[in-house]
Design a protein around this ligand. Structure first.
Ligand code: NI
Length: 271
């Protein structure tokens, strides 16, 4: 029923046993699909493996801004090789994180640019992580051609007929204004657990402002568990609570939100 468009079954803190149990739980649940998102080289290799071994898992491969301090040419080449595996559908998660600053900002910028160029070279969708770097993330995406007419010509149009650049802003935390601007440029946004947090009026306003055709749902598990699971380790099955919140905001049924966001995710990732 649901498509969790961003999760980390490849989380480095899980044991092999944890991952096996999680995959079994997903298979038994109301989830139809999960995207396992790479954040460094080992996790990208693992995501590709999970996708190869489970028909309900797809993968994105890439290096998260936190981990760019460990990136090198060999790492980039590994990412390029992994994209050839069936089940690998996007480059991600890549971007900028100026909240934690776990890698030097210039190194984050450099590898963000290099990985956008790789996605363009391979004509693949891109999953973006951006925290406290809203404007610069957008500027770099534009500068590197992520919203170019050429890129848009590679993908079918959005349901509304607008060109689609297949750029996903994951766990969107910006303003409704910025969301509308991104949609106009050809992006898609994904909503995660924090939309359920009390007082998160900003993300509620984003869901109100953006048509359902441009919204994906995700958990970013094991992080950011939605209410009523807040404070616990998150799991992909909790995507239901985020979808329920979107249904409430948009005056839709949970089934409708599940079906629409699943179709959006399949279109976005080219499944
Ligand atoms: Ni993530």
């Amino acid at each position: 029923m649901f498509f969790d468009s961003h999760a980390h079954i490849n989380n480095a803190d899980y044991t092999e046993q944890d991952r096996m149990e999680l995959l079994e739980a997903i298979e038994r649940s109301s989830l139809d699909y999960v995207m396992d998102i790479g954040f460094d080289i080992p996790s990208s290799i693992m995501a590709a493996k999970h996708a190869a071994e489970n028909d309900f898992v797809f993968a994105a491969v890439g290096c998260h801004p936190h981990d760019t301090k460990l990136m090198d040419e060999e790492g980039l080449d590994t990412i390029r090789q992994l994209t050839k595996q069936p089940g690998v559908k996007a480059i991600g998660e890549i971007g900028l994180d100026f909240h934690y600053d776990l890698s030097d900002r210039d190194i984050q910028r450099e590898w963000f640019r290099r990985q956008i160029r790789l996605a363009n070279e391979l004509k693949m969708p891109i999953a973006i992580h951006s925290r406290e770097a809203d404007q610069e993330t957008m500027d770099i995406l534009v500068e590197e051609g992520a919203f170019s007419d050429e890129r848009k010509s590679w993908f079918p149009a959005q349901p509304g007929g607008e060109p689609d650049a297949r750029v996903l802003i994951h766990c969107f935390s910006g303003s409704a204004e910025m969301a509308k601007q991104y949609i106009k440029m050809g992006a898609t946004i994904s909503i995660c657990g924090p939309v359920t947090y009390k007082n998160n009026k900003k993300t509620v306003a984003v869901v109100e402002a953006v048509p359902i055709d441009y919204i994906l749902v995700e958990t970013d598990s094991p992080y950011l568990a939605p209410v009523p699971m807040r404070g616990k380790p998150n799991v992909p099955m909790n995507v239901e609570y985020t979808a329920a919140k979107i249904a409430e905001i948009k005056g839709m049924t949970l089934e409708e939100v599940a079906a629409r966001t699943k179709a959006n995710a399949m279109r976005f990732y080219g499944i």
